[in-house]
Design a binder for this molecule. Sequence first.
Ligand SMILES: Cc1cc2nc3c(=O)[nH]c(=O)nc-3n(C[C@H](O)[C@H](O)[C@H](O)COP(=O)(O)OP(=O)(O)OC[C@H]3O[C@@H](n4cnc5c(N)ncnc54)[C@H](O)[C@@H]3O)c2cc1C
Ligand SMILES: NC(=O)c1ccc[n+]([C@@H]2O[C@H](COP(=O)([O-])OP(=O)(O)OC[C@H]3O[C@@H](n4cnc5c(N)ncnc54)[C@H](O)[C@@H]3O)[C@@H](O)[C@H]2O)c1
Length: 455
Amino acid sequence: MSAARRLHVDLAVVGGGSGGLAAAFRAASHGARVALLEPGELGGTCVNVGCVPKKAMWLAADLGARLGHAKALGFPVEPACPDWAQLVASRQGYIANIHASYRRRIDEAGIVLLPARGRLAGNGRVDCDDGTQVEAEHILLATGGRPVRPDIPGAELGIDSDGFFALSAAPARVAIIGGGYIGVELAGVLQALGSQVELFVRGDDLLKGFDPDVVERLRGNMHQAGIALHFGYSLAALEPGEGGGVRLRERGGDAGNPFDAVIFATGRRPNTDGLGLEAAGVRTADDGHIEVDAYQATSAERIHAVGDVTGRLALTPVAIAEGRRLMDRLFGGDTDACVDHAQVPTVVFSHPPLGKVGLTEAEARERFGGDAVSCHRTTFRPMLHALADVQQHSMFKAVCVGEEQRVVGLHLVGEAADEILQGFAVAVKMGATLADFHATVAIHPTSAEEIVLLR
Ligand SMILES: Cc1cc2nc3c(=O)[nH]c(=O)nc-3n(C[C@H](O)[C@H](O)[C@H](O)COP(=O)(O)OP(=O)(O)OC[C@H]3O[C@@H](n4cnc5c(N)ncnc54)[C@H](O)[C@@H]3O)c2cc1C
Ligand SMILES: NC(=O)c1ccc[n+]([C@@H]2O[C@H](COP(=O)([O-])OP(=O)(O)OC[C@H]3O[C@@H](n4cnc5c(N)ncnc54)[C@H](O)[C@@H]3O)[C@@H](O)[C@H]2O)c1
């Protein structure tokens, strides 16, 4: 590629992850000339070190747990741990197919793919680190984020979620730091795949922002699976173990036994370093995320941002929806298109999965007043677990408001919660009441029927 290369396009997309790719494809479908800058693998976090490889590992872990139940149902099989190398090979083969599909679609759509890092140069120009200059009517920033580690001595002895996906074998003893999405998900996956997992949490509970009732039930299930949970844990340092491994030192305490791997799941930071935001007049919030309005507009004219770099809901479907709606507005004539960030369903791929749509009980009480809110719960053992006599329980909870009992929140933990939630999210978004749930005939025997039978 020539160092003096110059391009003129309608849209320059900086970042080829979930949000950037979705926006590029949608803009091209409206006839826009698009350049897409991505220095790494297409698909960004989700495809390469996020949702996709995580779900592959989760599926393997889920299968492993089912193998453990199989004997009780007459199958002459023993529980087994997978061949990690084979699992990783299958996972990466799946990801390679996604890359190939993206490349084919990019070619078909006539999008110019620049394998380069971009920097805002002002006046509608993006400079690439390979010397290419892109002049664009509109610029979209979709640069996502990356994991952060606490600033403590020895932090380099641990790995983060990117490092987890690079593991070539299952570590026998694992410490995971952080009780958010990633900490909980990796704890469940590793424990089910044969590691002995301890989860160290700074606060007094897991999964801030989720309903405490379902989180409590998940804690019980994690305990049942053999995961050790430590709350109120303040990590001071990581130290090399004398005979190998890594030890955790608690603030004001001793260093414990060594672990084969320590995984930081302590949050993520937006990728804004070296993007030239300040010079281009793009404002960032105190936490470093790019500030955008409801239409994804930044403080700089004709520069928009979507996805994790904006610090709203860090979820792939949100980044995709933001990118598509924005392109419908800029190039498709849909002048009001934007994303409604309320009632976005989300699932934590724990074992079993846990999900929510809408408000927690506490949020509903604060918004509508305590007297207006009623909650309806059910706890049960799914049929497979009862047959196999496994003490894993599901819990479903509906948060309702007013005399008509409009369902403003639905909280699920249990087998198949991940698949059940999507359809009910439509109902909640449409304003369904508990009476609407009751008026729907159940599908029997399923876990999902417990929701339309909630009393
Ligand atoms: C372990 C893990 C599991 C997850 N699981 C789920 C899940 O199950 N479901 C879910 O909905 N979400 C999940 N997420 C979150 C999801 O991955 C993100 O919300 C999503 O990837 C955000 O998309 P994005 O386009 O904003 O950014 P990204 O996907 O991070 O893409 C940003 C891209 O920008 C590129 N880039 C950065 N700087 C520049 C630059 N200067 N120039 C050009 N390119 C640049 C990067 O290389 C990257 O490819 C998970 C995240 C992690 C870490
Ligand atoms: N299934 C999904 O949809 C999914 C899965 C993974 C990630 N994600 C997205 O990615 C985002 C990032 O995930 P995450 O788990 O990294 O972040 P998170 O914000 O969910 O959790 C971070 C955790 O680390 C803890 N923490 C932060 N600093 C710490 C420190 N110094 N010491 C100890 N603990 C510390 C926090 O208290 C919190 O419990 C999520 O918020 C979510 O939006 C989604």
